[in-house]
Design a protein. Structure first.
Length: 273
């Protein structure tokens, strides 16, 4: 089991920032869309893992308890920080359409076996870990970004990579099978990508840049061109479907390197034993 530190980010999100905080309409709209999904999403993840662990026998709970405490602490911190971030977005007129769709699906999941919630969490955590790896590998993405938000996203990415195994390991400990693990990844892939697209389009419409050639050019360059997110991340996403896959097979050096080199960006929160 892993030791997961809980870190308090040392940035002040009180002052407002512009919607185009990356300096580019498309990338700002996409990142803002992701942030709008996080408060409800992170709450679902921490609830799923906490409830899943409660279903384990006492001896197995003892194996997971410290890692789950760290996971819950990290996700709760992400939720709080992105709630502050999102307040600036909604103050500037963005409407969070993603949240209600997510809440509807979460309500349905709560009515069935907790292993489904843990499997859906593991799939989402794979998505975020793959995206985190891309961000940490391509810091040029933030060359013109608002410094506070650059720090926020790279801190968040590092912690997502760090706890990428927790829900996956818990699902296996709960006796979850391969068929449902893969089925939930297919479902999460569909929901995640379509929700991200819809919210990004809504954000661009509000920004007045949806139909501009520069927006289309930026979307192609950042997603599909050489070095783009979808092009470069497809292989890591696909690995989830390989027999015997485990998230630890993907590298974590970049996240640990960022956390070590930017220790002044956060303070570590002592955990109760």
């Amino acid at each position: 089991m892993s030791h997961l530190a809980v870190r308090q980010l040392s940035i002040d999100l009180t002052p407002a920032f512009p919607l185009r905080w990356t300096g580019d309409a498309f990338t700002s709209a996409m990142m803002n869309a992701l942030s709008l999904s996080f408060p409800v999403g992170e709450q679902f993840f921490l609830d799923s893992v906490r409830n899943g662990m409660a279903q384990l026998p006492a001896d197995q709970q003892a194996l997971f308890i410290n890692e789950v405490k760290g996971f819950v602490g990290q996700e709760a911190t992400h939720r709080r920080v992105h709630s502050l971030y999102n307040r600036h977005l909604t103050d500037q007129g963005l409407v969070n359409h993603w949240e209600q769709r997510a809440l509807t699906r979460i309500a349905m999941l709560k009515e069935i076996d907790v292993r489904h919630s843990v499997a859906a969490t593991a799939a989402n955590e794979h998505f975020t870990a793959v995206f985190a790896h891309w961000l940490l590998s391509n810091e040029w993405f933030f060359n013109n970004a608002e410094p506070r938000l650059k720090t926020l996203w790279l801190w968040h990415a590092s912690e997502e990579s760090e706890h990428r195994c927790t829900a996956f390991d818990l699902y296996q400990a709960l006796g979850g099978n391969e068929e449902w693990r893969l089925r939930w990844m297919r479902r999460v892939t569909w929901f995640f990508l379509t929700d991200l697209l819809r919210q990004t389009v809504n954000n661009l419409w509000h920004d007045g840049s949806l139909f501009k050639l520069s927006t289309c050019s930026s979307a192609w360059r950042h997603l599909f061109a050489k070095g783009g997110l979808l092009r470069e991340s497809f292989g890591l996403w696909r690995d989830y479907f390989k027999p015997g896959f485990h998230p630890s097979q993907h590298p974590d050096q970049l996240s640990q390197q960022w956390l070590q080199q930017h220790a002044n960006a956060y303070t570590q929160v002592p955990q109760a034993t």
